[in-house]
Design a protein around this ligand. Structure first.
Ligand code: MOS
Length: 757
């Protein structure tokens, strides 16, 4: 291949480096208004009254909107419509950042002043702030019957019988906490309604979700809601469903004023209002044979959904299917529950419900190895999946299983046996600092999965101009991950045009068909395949034309990058495009890719859960300060089987970035709350890794091609994060000789374990 698998510069790199890219806050329109939100500021209560008279008198205030001004549904919910857009009088406030009113003004200052002058009365109610309290069901948050509103399960094989005959049983509880996506660009939108069409410019992962929700809130049809992707400074799941709620706010104000309205979130409001990774509590019981074979697994996981269910039921599906990890275990009983609490709603975050349980199962594997006197690498290798095996949901794997290769590569790259000796020596001669090594071996289901397969498709449009340049628009979005570059490389490879002649447009709901969200590590496969399909159609049109014109057969046309060679004469792609255009050849085409059919039994959680899987192995080296409990990650070796790297450097970038974000979750990041209110609402107290925290990273790519992927590609977006937390946790356990069972691994946590008798 000429382009695919090589290294390409980001196609939007220059604009970003020069500061020329247009992000949502960069947009200005004549007569544009600024918007602000009035928040409830209490976690649980009943709204009794709203008084806007004082606020309306603030000079520069143009419009104040409450629930009464909403022309459409006033409700949100991807699965269950359990969330109010603006809280009506007499109804419940369920978390500290529920929205009471919206204000549009000529200046930000006027809006800020008016926010202070809106008075509302609330009858406060006691709140539910922990999973344990939610399960007690004494106070109901958002369901009259129970806070345990959703349940998913796997029932495969016979776990109870297996436990009776096991050589070793490990039983353990695990806990994981929030993680904030911490995209550097906060949520933002500009909405402009001209009386006919609502235009929405925003930072998002799914313009189609925004189109649907704005349409329902305003009661206007889809063909009047044009949602346009702006340059986006990160999403990580946090811009999957959330931009719908934010865009609806700006859209309502624009609808009511017929003026452009800009709403850009301050970090504080972004952290307090928008979704995060779900805190979890898990109970695991695993059965092993003497030789280390994992023969049965029983687990129960509770996810803290917060006040509204949003994407939680879908997140739970991923928790379910990843609970038994990357191993061939035939007897599996898993229960996953989603519980309501009076806290910030949780939702999508890179990994989408899987990091919580991958941490648990990977800890169990280490503990089993220790009890059985095995090396933690050996127990993983013994249970790792191969072609012909079945996953924990009983998905028979027919191709693209590089799991063992990732394990082999990291063992070799890290010089593991030698490394172990070095660590032993280090620990012998150091009393106050202890080093440890920790493995993780994980699986990740690419695509929306069996439950979402009816929605799992993507459109891409490709247009070759008469001068040989090419425009692409795909249904996914560029959110900083490099999708534009990977997809233009695919089109470049198919059409034989150079990359620098290709341009990728921002996604626009008036042009491409609903292609679902840019999530689930699915964009390269879905939008990439759709772009490949469109490019292949154009290529067919061109070849057919050339065969007639030059009286040759297809095999006589040799395509090199930018050059078509016909009967020993060379034509540039530009010349070919001009010839074809002048002969009325169709040079724009639409491509489509939809999920291969997945057979899955939802009742028992058994069957083909995803279209394919990535497999990853990580080894981490950490150093623990035995006096303070501080953990330093020194080095990470990481291998991912991703089918095929389209843009080699892009993949390496994802591996590095994901691992550092995973490291942040493991040892640094902590959302702190007091009575349901977040107090770590900025980057001064919500601490994320910065450049000085980044350890040495040795990345490795395994390419076991996926037959349905573009040139064999699977995905790397999420697994890049997920291998890190369990590997680091296991390394800390290895260093301090006590098992870590809670993430984040805070200094307090480590010290109390060290001091435990
Ligand atoms: Mo992603 S967490 O699937 O937006």
């Amino acid at each position: 291949m000429k382009i695919v698998g090589k290294i390409a510069q980001r196609i939007e790199a220059k604009e970003k480096a020069y500061g020329e890219s247009l992000y949502t806050p960069d947009l200005y329109f004549d007569r544009m208004l600024y918007a602000g939100v009035v928040y409830s500021n209490i976690p649980h209560g009943i709204l009794k009254s709203i008084d806007i008279t004082e606020a309306e008198k603030v000079p520069g205030v143009v419009k104040i909107a409450t629930y009464k001004d909403v022309p459409g549904t006033n409700k949100f919910g991807v699965i269950t419509k359990d969330m109010r857009f603006l809280i009506p009088i007499g109804e419940k406030i369920r978390f500290e950042h529920d929205s009471i009113a919206l204000i549009a003004g000529e200046t930000k200052e006027a809006v800020e002043e008016a926010i202070e002058k809106i008075h509302f009365e609330v009858e406060e109610l006691p709140g539910v702030f922990t999973i344990e309290d939610a399960i007690k069901d004494e106070i109901k948050v958002n369901n009259e019957k129970t806070n345990i509103a959703f349940h998913k399960k796997i029932r495969r094989g016979n776990v109870d019988e297996i436990f009776r005959n096991a050589d070793l049983i490990i039983e353990k509880e695990f806990e994981t906490d929030y993680q904030e996506q911490a995209y550097l660009e906060t949520q933002g939108v500009v909405a402009y309604y001209n009386g006919d069409v609502m235009k929405i410019y925003a930072s998002m992962q799914c313009p189609f979700y925004v189109q649907e929700d704005v349409s329902e809130i305003l009661n206007i049809s889809f063909n009047k809601v044009d949602v346009i992707q702006m340059e986006t400074g990160g999403g990580f799941g946090g811009k999957e469903d959330v931009p719908s709620y934010i865009a609806s706010k700006a859209a309502l104000l624009s609808y009511l004023t017929r003026r452009p309205v800009k709403l850009i979130y301050e970090r504080e409001h972004d952290i307090k209002e928008t979704s995060k990774r779900h805190p979890s509590k898990s109970y695991y019981k695993a059965a092993f044979k003497k030789d280390g074979t994992l023969i049965g697994l029983k687990s129960k996981t509770y996810l803290d959904m917060g006040a509204y269910s949003t994407l939680s039921p879908i997140v739970m599906y991923r928790t379910l299917t990843h609970s038994a990890g990357a191993y061939k275990v035939p007897n599996v009983y898993v229960d996953v529950y989603g519980v309501y609490t009076n806290k910030v709603p949780c939702g999508a975050f890179r990994g989408f419900g899987s990091p919580q349980v991958l941490f648990a199962i990977e800890s169990i594997m280490d503990e089993a190895a220790e009890k059985l006197n095995m090396d933690p690498w050996d127990i993983r290798y013994k249970n790792a999946l191969e072609v012909g095996d079945e996953t924990s949901t009983g998905h028979k794997l027919e191709y693209s299983v590089g799991a063992k290769k990732t394990l082999e590569n990291i063992k070799r790259l890290s010089n593991y046996d030698n490394l172990k000796k070095e660590i032993k020596e280090f620990n012998k001669s150091n009393k106050l600092k202890k080093r440890g090594l920790g493995w993780s071996h994980i699986i990740y289901g690419v695509s929306l999965g069996a439950g979402g397969q009816h929605l799992d498709a993507s459109n891409s449009e490709v247009h070759v101009f008469p001068d040989g340049t090419i425009n692409i628009m795909f249904g996914g979005t560029e959110i900083g991950q490099g999708a534009k570059t990977a997809i233009s490389m695919i089109v470049s490879e198919v059409l034989g045009q150079k990359l620098e002649k290709i341009n990728v447009l921002q996604t626009d709901t008036f042009i491409v068909q609903d292609s679902g969200p840019t999530v689930a590590s699915r964009t390269t496969v879905f939008s990439g395949n759709a772009a490949k399909d469109a490019a292949e159609k154009i290529k067919r049109n061109i070849i057919e034309f050339l065969c007639k014109k030059f009286d040759v057969e297809e095999k006589d046309i040799k395509i090199n990058l930018g050059i078509y060679k016909i009967k020993d004469k060379e034509y540039s792609f530009e010349e070919i495009a001009k010839m074809a255009n002048d002969a009325n050849v169709k040079l724009n085409e639409s491509g489509w890719f939809k999920s291969p059919k997945l057979n899955f039994d939802m009742e028992n959680g058994v069957g083909e859960a995803y279209i394919t899987y990535t497999y990853s192995t990580q080894l981490s080296l950490v150093e623990v300060d035995m006096l303070t409990g501080k953990v330093e990650v020194i080095k990470m070796w990481i291998s991912h089987d991703i089918g095929k790297a389209i843009n080699y450097d892009g993949v390496i970038g994802q591996i590095q970035g994901g691992a550092v974000q995973g490291m942040g979750h493991a040892i640094m990041e902590e959302i702190k709350q007091v009575n349901g209110k977040i107090i770590t609402s900025n980057f001064n107290n919500y601490v994320i890794p910065t450049i000085k925290d980044i350890p040495e990273i040795i990345p490795n790519i395994v390419e076991e091609e996926f037959p349905y992927g573009p040139f064999g590609a699977k995905g790397i977006g999420e697994p890049s994060l997920m291998s890190a937390p369990p590997s680091i946790a296991n390394a800390v356990s290895n260093a301090i000789k006590k098992r870590i069972s809670r993430i984040p691994i805070t200094m307090e946590n480590v010290i109390s374990l060290i001091n435990e008798k």
